[in-house]
Design a protein around this ligand. Structure first.
Ligand code: AMP
Ligand code: ZN
Length: 473
């Protein structure tokens, strides 16, 4: 299996630190809003990587954090007049619902930055002890980038060019730094912000130290894969490497994987990165109102994960048709198999072998740096093969073989290819009544669970003054 490693700029054969085990860390979202479909790309892509690794027989430890202390979370908390944790908890819950809708499996662990402060204080102290960090007058602790000789090895940036930007330090108020590239490990609190005690000041951690610490705690000092969107290469991942390797004295991660951007037309056919700050985004929830989220997953996997991907209604339409083609084939095979005979049909032996051959093509594509676009093409070939050779005269064994091949390959991609049973109006009404009863009894967990169950079936609820309204997505 080959993986493109941002560190070397090459595809490399994958060899895990421990045979049979993969330790993988994916930087998760900052939770101050519903996630958008740009954030969904790494979730879907790396969930697929995990599934394929498991299919290959590895035990995969998959850790993905939630950044729950951050300026934007604090700002929103101030706006709403609530604690920052109210905001982060709300959006973590919503994020998990979106993940379930996209068939993204929960991670082995989903650590929260605010629950790992002790580990951060410890690592920062180690960095200070080893002279890789220094404390400025106001109590800010900075990482000393010049002390880490390999700084820049991931992003392959020209550090001199970056450092020449240092003249602006005085202007930006960061003149207490020794070097323009030094970055914050710990910073003093501002009035009204959440803070923790430390030897340097009452304050909170910088963003980068969170991931170094959580990765170490849940996966160990040397892991196999560290991943995220390509905007994280610099400075986030470069800084994580510096912190972890300076503190632990070991290679932090062997393979660095980065997905390309999901772009969106920002007018006149100019595609730009989807981002919360630019305001050019669709949330996963917006998309769920129009499409089954399986279509979103299919759309994301129809491109190579390192390529930029332009979002458009036409491409979503095409993704919907593609997925439908697989589902129709599965339905047809199930239907035929219901009345198929048990007696073996002689020529099916060779056909069965041929059907198994598509799996080899699929694996070849996935082994080549997770080329899901080609893997989907192999599934389509298999579907075409099934449509050509399955008929009322086929034996059950042959039909089951075709079915299990299509299901197995789709499952590796996390695609659900069974027709979802349409939920009846009266069942929806009954569930809404049950939810109302739960709310009345203040069993909000149950009420939320019912809302999520309906959402998964594409039913959207709206609580209005006149009562609960619902519609199909
Ligand atoms: P954030 O909440 O901005 O830290 O993003 C969480 C994850 O989503 C990171 O891995 C980002 O790199 C990724 N991400 C954000 N926007 C996009 C986008 N437009 N396309 C692809 N990945 C993105
Ligand atoms: Zn991170």
């Amino acid at each position: 299996m080959k993986i493109y490693n941002t560190l070397s700029g090459k595809k490399e054969e994958f060899v895990s630190v421990e045979p049979g085990k993969v330790r993988m860390y994916v930087c998760g979202p900052t939770v101050y809003n519903l996630i958008h479909i740009g954030n969904a790309r790494p979730m879907i892509v790396f969930d697929t990587v995990r599934r394929y690794m498991e299919y290959k027989g590895y035990e995969v430890l998959f850790v993905s954090n939630f950044t729950d202390v951050d300026d934007k979370i604090i700002k929103k908390a101030v706006e709403e007049g609530v604690e920052a944790s109210v905001i982060s908890m709300r959006y973590i819950k919503e994020c998990k619902k979106d993940m379930a809708g996209m068939n993204v499996r929960p991670a082995t662990a989903h650590p929260l930055a605010t629950e790992e402060i002790a580990g951060m204080l410890e690592m920062i102290q180690t960095l200070l002890d080893k002279n890789h960090a220094y404390v400025a007058k106001d109590g800010t602790v900075y990482f000393r980038t010049r002390s880490f000789a390999e700084y820049g090895k991931l992003s392959h940036k020209n550090l001199d060019d970056l450092r020449s930007g240092g003249r602006s330090l005085l202007v930006s108020g960061e003149d207490q730094k020794e070097d323009a590239l030094d970055f914050v490990l710990w910073k003093p609190k501002k009035e009204g912000e959440p803070y923790w005690e430390s030897d340097w000041c009452q304050g909170r951690p910088g963003w980068h130290i969170e991931c170094s610490v959580m990765s170490k705690k849940y996966l160990g000092e040397e892991i196999d894969i560290h991943a995220g969107g390509e905007d994280l290469v610099f400075p986030h991942h470069e800084n994580e490497i510096a912190q972890s390797e300076a503190a632990n004295g070991k290679t932090f991660a062997r393979y660095w994987m980065h997905n390309g951007f999901l772009n969106i037309d920002s007018g006149n056919n100019v595609y730009q990165k989807m981002s919360k700050s630019a305001g050019n985004f669709f949330t996963v929830r917006d998309i769920a109102e129009k499409y089954d989220l399986q279509v979103l997953r299919f759309f994301m996997l129809s491109a190579h994960y390192r390529s930029p991907l332009n979002f458009s209604a036409e491409l979503m339409e095409a993704a919907g048709n593609g997925l439908e083609r697989i589902i129709t084939c599965v339905e047809n095979l199930k239907f035929l198999s219901g009345s198929a005979g048990e007696a073996p049909v002689p020529e099916e032996e060779a056909l069965s072998r041929e059907a198994g051959g598509f799996r080899a093509k699929f694996e070849e594509a996935m082994d080549d740096d997770f080329n899901t676009a080609d893997a989907i093409a192999a599934v389509f070939e298999l579907v075409k093969f099934a449509n050509t050779h399955a008929s009322g005269a086929s034996s059950r064994t042959f039909l089951e073989k075709l079915l299990s091949e299509i299901r197995a390959l789709s499952d590796i991609l996390g695609l659900i290819v069974e027709k979802q049973k349409e939920i009846l109006d009266e069942d929806i009404e009954a569930m809404i009544a049950e939810r109302q009863a739960a709310r009345k009894a203040k069993d909000f967990a149950k009420a939320d669970a019912i809302r999520s169950a309906l959402l998964e079936k594409g039913i959207l609820l709206e609580d209005t003054r006149e009562g609960v309204k619902w519609k199909r997505a």
